[in-house]
Design a protein around this ligand. Sequence first.
Ligand code: 5CA
Ligand code: ZN
Length: 415
Amino acid sequence: MRAWASPSVPSLAEQGLGYGGLPRVHDTASGRDVTSPAHETARMYVCGITPYDATHLGHAATYLAFDLLQRVWRDAGLAVAYTQNVTDVDDPLLERAARDGLHWADLAARELDLFRSDMVALRVLAPDHLVGVTESMELVIDVVRRLSAAGATYELEGDVYFDVHADPAFGAVGHLDTETMLALSAERGGDPDRAGKRDPLDCLLWLAERPGEPAWESPFGRGRPGWHTECVAIAVHQLGRSFDVQGGGSDLVFPHHEMSAAQAQVAFGGHPFARAYVHAGMVGLDGEKMSKSRGNLVLVSRLLEQGHDPAALRLALLAHHYRSDWSWTDDDLATADKRLSRWRDAAGRGLDAGIGAGADEARVAGHVVAQMRSALAADLDAPGALEAVDAWASAGGGDGARVAAACDALLGIDL
Ligand code: 5CA
Ligand code: ZN
């Protein structure tokens, strides 16, 4: 399906310098910061939206984290191959469509359009491929067929399950104990209490057709995919059986990323599925996780309709480290508005006066850019990068064009 139009990214002088090596990101599986790309092209798969409701600030924060990673990789001289999926058939989408009397495909198309326009407003770089499950049935079926050939599946009342113990590495993404895995599975789309399963953690690969629900032909009967397999199928098809980063919010560590890694490792034999599993923290509102099911959403589109500057919104999100859990308040936006004005004033000062940068100014600006780069290279420390620009602005700016280009290229902020 169509992605969206990416903003342009200026190339900075002395590309790749100032990092002292490649940028590092935190890998949930090893618990360490790793330099993930093995080749000149960094390959990244980020779990996309289930389009049954509009983009909230939690989604936006997660996609911004991977946008930063892409910007830092590019600045370090790497090419980036980036794929994102769209879960355009799954239980929550079908339930919402039924509740609102809409066709599920119409609901998905409408919310996906809104997501695209939010991503454009926030200047998020588009993936090379944005792929829906409904476009990927053959690939999904191929994964289930491979798992079945490997003896890793069984049938229960017409549904096909994945035997998690088929992968000796099962559990290596999240390192969670069984009790926690069971609780998270029940909370996040699994069915640990269903009778007849070999292990309560085993997950659905193919769900036999239910009355009133969409279904596709397959060798296992008419039905539709279980959630996790789409990400295996799409990621391997676009990026290969072992790639650099699988990303998403921390709510995906278990079961989603654990299950997709286990399925991919059994179906394709590539190990590990991803060289780093990178997870953004959860954004909440009033101390609770922001989620469609809780109904406590702050929507990006709503804030933009209210006339807020998308650059201020972006800056408000970047002010929190991508791995921390935090709660949104109106102060976030007010603080970002002030910060943006200070930066714009400082960047405009020299330009308005038509003054070129003197040697001192160029040195100061070069130092700011180096500080931004080294903050971002250390597990995407955006708050650290923002502080470097703050210090420059409060010291009176100077060589605004160079700092503005760095804000644009590295932070996606257009001054
Ligand atoms: N379609 C699946 C992934 S294959 C899915 O989780 N969709 S989603 O619409 O629920 O979430 C989209 C992305 O936003 C996921 O990466 C998810 O981890 C992230 N996300 C969801 N809620 C929050 C939140 N409150 N804070 C931060 N990120 C969030
Ligand atoms: Zn996914």
